[in-house]
Write a protein that binds this ligand. Sequence first.
Ligand code: TXA
Ligand code: MG
Length: 332
Amino acid sequence: MKSEFIARGSAPPAQTEMAADAAGIAEAARILRRGGLVAIPTETVYGLAADATSDAAVGRIYAAKARPKFNPLIAHVTSLEAALAQGVFSADALRLAEAFWPGPLTLVVPLAPGATVCAAARAGQQSIALRVPAHPVALALIAAAGRPLAAPSANRSGRVSPVTAAHVAGDFAGEIYVILDGGRCPVGLESTIIACVEERSSLLRPGGITRTDIEAVLGHALGEPLGAGQVRSPGMSRSHYAPRAKLRLEAATLVKGEAGLDFGGIFSDVKNVLDLSPRRNLAEAAANFFIFLRELDARGPACIAVAPVPHDGLGEAINDRLTRAAAPRDTP
Ligand code: TXA
Ligand code: MG
């Protein structure tokens, strides 16, 4: 079996992209129960999953991603009921979970007494990030593993998030041993993260569910997180999602030699240009975003010019990723 190295501690075999069918899910669950890593599809992006209740298993995620140990992970569970065993839910948190789970929403809540998610997954914090993913493969795998799964996006720390099994394979050539191939992730951007730990719930990361939809369910505006400006959620550091090329945002035209990430067909050039959504649909643009960014970057331009993307709806999350991708690199 390809996974035996985990138990024996011998040299890893070449990685395997496995079909996400019943046999693949059963094998992946076996690897997870033994403390191994499996890359899994979710509706947002691919995750690099491990047993969230084991410090040793979770340690392998941090090592594989070269992720700073202080950056906590999201624990993925199959239901609100399972989440309630791990976290203490405020009225806001309950309302949001009932409205959006399963779905691209992560709730950061105080740790529940008796929670089984380990300290390493929480980076030692007394809060916990929880999510019920809306993807049949992810849900089947969590159920088969019989425990919460910690899973950050399956990219190297600070780099562009993966939305296909091939992206994961490319980032971790030969280092992740099993990738469950569930096709392309339909949402294409990570989950929205809401902190429900202070009196007023606050937005930590815009993502696949819009601020407007969340505020409509809550019946009030989201607050600014306390200590805004500090790195409260370490994934929110200024430079993240970094392609190799530089990014030039809010571009109206292309400069010679640049590749172009278009929105709504404003670049007259079409050579070396990919359009996130010719019809200006933000859900389509979100679904294409990381794929196109990776594809243009792979063509090796020094700079990618990016057309303006509206800031409303899913545009808030797209612009958040663009700003971080364009920021001066403070990650290696
Ligand atoms: O869509 C997603 O959320 C994907 C899929 C795989 O589920 N996962 C994902 O994980 O984006 P990751 O690790 O790339 O981003 C999780 C973010 C990080 O910025 C981390 O700092 C934050 O969640 N986070 C986790 N636990 C936290 C906590 N207790 N307090 C504050 N932020 C937390
Ligand atoms: Mg990430």
